[in-house]
Write a protein that binds this ligand. Sequence first.
Ligand code: PEP
Length: 254
Amino acid sequence: MRKKIVAGNWKMNMDYPSGLSVFSEIINMVKDEVTGSQQAIVCSPYIHLSSLAQLAKSNSQVSVGAQNCHQAESGAYTGEISASQIKSVGAEYVIIGHSERRQYFGESDALLSEKTVITLKNGLTPIFCIGETLEQREGNTYFDVIKEQLTGGVFNLSADDFAKIVLAYEPVWAIGTGLTASPEQAQEIHAFIRKEIAVKYGQETADETSILYGGSCNPKNAAELFSQTDIDGGLIGGASLKSRDFVDIIKAFN
Ligand code: PEP
């Protein structure tokens, strides 16, 4: 059975005290309210990671991740953070290839592939993001775009390594816009992604891969999205900044 996951992406929000306080609320609410084996992950700014990882030790259903890492093991890269540094503070996940990294920092599929490899090498789980722009959706090239992102970013992994990753389908036009993909639109792409995985790595691996949906997911629309056959949870931006909303999204599985 593949894992059911709700991952929050705080982006460049939350000062240090607010982050600790929201995360503590999440841990307590998950403990009291979430039944089942869902995994909640908070991908915070780097400054919070160590403290959040300490707090997360009290609840195995809640983990911590980063939002990016550098592709090199270590060295003279002023201002960057390595996968081994992230691992060393107790974080377990790293978002790789978020559309904001692709758009504002020019991250290519080739670079993202390097980041994925270094993340896995350091025992972290990449949450690898793919998704088309509005122009690509309207131009009906979105299946090609998704396939290209998979091929360039993660289909070079060995079968063993691929089995360790989590994928997130995030249509760029739905991120932070309030325009959620309909459950049918999202399911169509998730099924396509799973089919492509099956072609490359076999049906068993495809069936075991968690594929999250991201893009204006909130407590109101989460249950319908998560009930789709190939949607295994969500990557949540705005709604992950409020503990109540984030935990209600996790509860949407029940
Ligand atoms: C995201 O940035 O990954 C995201 C899904 O954002 P939002 O939920 O705010 O659309």
